[in-house]
Design a protein around this ligand. Structure first.
Ligand code: CMC
Length: 393
């Protein structure tokens, strides 16, 4: 094309330089700031990982405590924002509520944000990371017709989220340490994944100098789709649709049929051409959680395991290098924790907020940063004479 490369889907376009996340898709490697995802998931809590992604280094004990204190003290959301939630239909998808309410936050922190000021950028990061679980839990409470539960500073990030989801004025949710730990690990696994669709959306929106809260709302919109973060919800719907392990073969056959639009949800990845390292950790977490809640016989897990077995032995999936991705087991874990299907993608969004805002910060601070402005291959009509209304037939 001469002046630019035609690359739909940005299959071969590097849109930025970044020091945050490294992926080797062929080897199935994922690292945050140089640290292997498995080591982080096994040894850190989500706040340490958030600190690492935002600041570049793991915190020492004092830095971790200070960071946790700061995040805890930003978890409250302005009371007026309840009115936005109340404006939604009762059956609104929680992702619609998240997208709208986080976008609305931009109006609460608009005049107060000067993104050229590093301190103000940092406060915006803290606010977003802190308020996301509160907003996600509100979206759920609204769907249940229950009053919103306020955050508790004595709890850690994952515990606090579970508390806000499940506490009622009649009964405080007793946080189960195994489930809280599993939730924390799931948040770590979803925290960042370099230039995926939603992160690229946040960067593109932010490249014009837009309000960061509005940029994150744009990221939420992009994440919502079933090809991206919406896949975890789609996986569970698919497993329910399959119904029994003996019907797995039939669905694998459909996924291979080019005339059938059905795909195996939770399978395949643009970058991983090997087993997604997050999926391995997720599968383990899944077994731990099911054992804890006494659901080892969960029928959906049996279907998922059968599906994985059949697909991994099938030539179509082998040739196309389609392996389970992070979303394949996460839905089963969430379900076992009592989280409804429509909330799955909200959980992805609250974890990924850390990555989005780290990437936004990196972009704003990059001296090479320019407004994102892809080109196009124009294929419409060539120049033609104008036709007046009378001549248009
Ligand atoms: N089931 C059946 N066939 C598939 C699947 C699947 N899940 N994924 C890809 N293929 C086939 C596809 O039909 C194509 O075949 P052909 O070359 O003959 O046309 C080939 O594999 C390559 O697929 P593609 O759609 O060109 O690849 P992509 O890089 O554009 O898409 C993807 C990647 C993740 C959107 C896709 O694999 C997919 O739709 N997977 C299911 C949805 C899913 O699980 N998404 C979550 C991704 S991981 C979490 C996240 O990032 O949000």
């Amino acid at each position: 094309t001469g002046m630019f490369t035609y690359d739909p889907g940005y299959m071969s376009t590097g849109s930025c330089s970044s020091s945050i996340t490294y992926i080797d898709g062929d080897a199935g490697i994922l690292r945050y700031r140089g640290y292997d995802i498995a080591e982080l998931a096994e040894n850190c809590d989500f706040m340490e990982v958030a600190y690492l992604l935002l600041r570049g280094e793991l915190p020492n004990a004092k830095e971790r405590d200070e960071f946790h204190w700061t995040i805890s003290h930003h978890t409250m959301v302005h009371e007026q924002l309840h009115k936005f939630v109340d404006g939604f239909r009762r059956d609104a998808h929680p992702m619609a509520i998240m997208c709208g309410v986080v976008g609305a936050l931009s109006a609460f922190y608009h005049d107060s944000i000067d993104i050229t000021d590093p301190y103000q950028r940092m406060v915006a990061q803290h606010r977003l990371v802190a308020k996301m679980p509160t907003i996600a839990a509100w979206a759920y409470k609204y769907s249940q017709g229950q009053p919103f539960a306020y955050p508790r500073n004595k709890l850690n990030y994952a515990e606090n989220f579970l508390h806000m989801m499940f506490s009622t004025p009649c009964e405080e949710y007793e946080v189960n340490p195994v489930l809280a730990k599993a939730m924390d690990r799931i948040l770590i696994l979803h925290a960042d994944h370099e230039q995926n669709a939603s992160t690229s959306t946040v960067r593109l929106a932010g490249s014009s100098g837009a309000n960061p809260f509005a940029c994150i709302a744009a990221g939420i919109a992009s994440l919502w789709g079933p090809a991206h973060g919406g896949a975890n919800e789609a996986v569970l719907n698919m497993l329910n649709q399959i119904g029994t392990p003996d019907r797995v073969g039939e669905f694998v056959k459909r996924a291979k049929d080019k005339d059938d639009s059905f795909r195996l949800m939770g399978f395949g990845h643009r970058v991983y051409k090997n087993y997604d390292p997050r999926a391995k950790l997720m599968a383990r977490t899944c077994h731990e959680v099911l054992a804890e809640v006494g659901a080892e016989d969960e029928p959906l897990l049996k279907i998922a395991m059968q599906l994985e077995k059949i697909a991994l032995e099938d030539d179509y999936f082998i040739e196309k290098k389609l392996y389970p991705n992070v979303d394949f087991y996460s839905g089963i874990v969430f379900r076992a924790m009592g989280i409804p299907t429509t909330m799955f993608t909200c959980l992805f969004a609250l974890a990924r907020t850390v990555g989005w805002i780290s990437q936004w910060k990196e972009m704003i601070e990059d001296p090479d940063q320019k407004i994102g402005r892809p080109r196009q291959l124009y294929q419409g009509a060539t120049a033609r004479p104008f036709i007046s209304m009378e001549q248009r037939g």
